[in-house]
Design a protein. Structure first.
Length: 383
């Protein structure tokens, strides 16, 4: 099996697994002292049986098999001093090659196999990362967490009731991505006592709600089929491919649908999938197609935005999608990209737009160049 397949199988076959995008701090690219892979406080149980106690350090010696290829004698540690309150994985040994600056933006996956024994994978490339997400049933914005393998992870009973009522009313097997995205936003609004005006938080909440709705739909439609044996391997593969392909196609389209709604709420004039040079179709052109194709319209007032769930490899695809607009903006859910890649992006006049909470996952030297969604909307509105 490939590295990706092994990582997926390990996650599916073991109850405790975790994933995160590698940050510049993890890879020692911040210029500060490298102190190991950071694990957030809420995911402590991937490392220890009990959470750390403030004011006390604790550690455990573990063996980690990396990439299914080699092992390290590593250490899990909780720093509980007043100045620190964090978990880290340290001691990777001399010559360890998987935590270099160029690994920033790769996906780190950790699976607990047995007491003090773990498997770990560094997954590279947008296609493999998104295939991993689809296979284990999470989205890019659900990283930096334990991987939830339950069929439906619904934390709010009110949302669950809304989901089930909607599913029972459907007359089609699976509604299209536009309808699922729209319903997710409707259900989120209905379930919230207070409406959050912060666009960055809003889009993350919409994405989470939609994925919960999608998983509820998937569970409802396939629960019976998955509980009965398949007659042939080909039948099993065909069913699995149907599920995976639907998950993959949904992710990118849902992001575009939610961004469209953000721009509507913000009263921005925008067209999507505008045909430009060589029949390219960028995701969003501001203020629209008419202005883009009007050579008398001021180019400084034209804006381009692409939307990609991950972009470490794919950002180059947008460079020739709108020749009239020199600076390209790219919205992504990617967390962390190496300084070398960011430098290359900015040389090609590509500016990243990410949800505000994700900005700190990027190298500190570039954080002030990265826009939040609110920043981008304000910039377009002011122009």
């Amino acid at each position: 099996m490939s590295l990706l397949e092994n990582a997926v199988q390990d996650c599916l076959n073991n109850p405790l697994s975790f994933c995160k995008f590698i940050s510049s701090n993890d890879a020692g690219a911040t210029g500060g002292h490298q102190s190991g892979l950071y694990i957030p406080l809420h995911s402590w149980n991937i490392l220890f049986d009990n959470p750390g106690v403030k004011g006390e350090n604790k550690d455990a010696n573990v063996k980690i098999m990396w990439q299914g290829d080699f092992e390290t004698d590593s250490r899990f540690i909780y720093y509980g001093q007043k100045s620190r309150n964090e978990y880290r994985i340290t001691r990777f040994g001399r010559g360890f090659s998987l935590l270099k600056p160029e690994n920033v933006g790769d996906l780190f996956v950790l699976i607990k196999i047995d007491t003090n024994y773990y498997h770990a994978y560094i997954i590279q490339g947008d296609d493999d990362i998104e295939s991993f997400f689809s296979s284990v049933g999470i989205t890019a914005d659900q990283t930096n967490n334990l991987i939830d393998l339950s069929n439906v992870n619904l934390q709010k009973p009110t949302l669950e009731e809304l989901f089930q009522s909607y599913i029972q009313s459907l007359t089609v097997d699976f509604p299209d991505t536009y309808q699922v995205s729209s319903k997710a936003r409707e259900f989120f609004r209905t379930s919230q006592k207070k409406q959050n005006a912060d666009l960055d938080s809003l889009i993350l909440n919409w994405l989470d709600t939609e994925f919960s709705l999608f998983k509820a739909l998937e569970f409802n439609r396939y629960q019976k089929r998955m509980s009965t044996p398949f007659d042939t391997i080909d039948e099993l593969v065909a069913c699995a491919n149907t599920l995976l392909n639907r998950r993959k196609s949904r992710a990118g389209k849902s992001l575009e649908h939610h961004l469209t709604e953000v721009f509507r709420i913000a009263n921005l004039s925008v067209d999507s999938q505008v045909t430009t040079e060589d029949k390219k179709k960028p995701d969003f052109i501001f203020p629209g197609a008419i202005q883009y194709h009007d050579n008398t319209f001021n180019q400084d007032k034209l804006f381009f935005l692409a939307a990609k769930t991950t972009c470490k490899d794919r950002w180059r695809q947008i460079l020739n999608e709108a020749d009239r607009i020199e600076e390209k903006h790219l919205f992504t859910l990617q967390q962390g990209i190496s300084e070398n890649q960011l430098n290359e992006m900015y040389k090609h006049k590509v500016t990243l737009v990410v949800p505000r909470p994700y900005i700190n996952s990027f190298p500190s030297a570039y954080r002030n160049k990265i826009l939040s969604l609110e920043n981008f909307v304000s910039m377009v509105r002011n122009k």
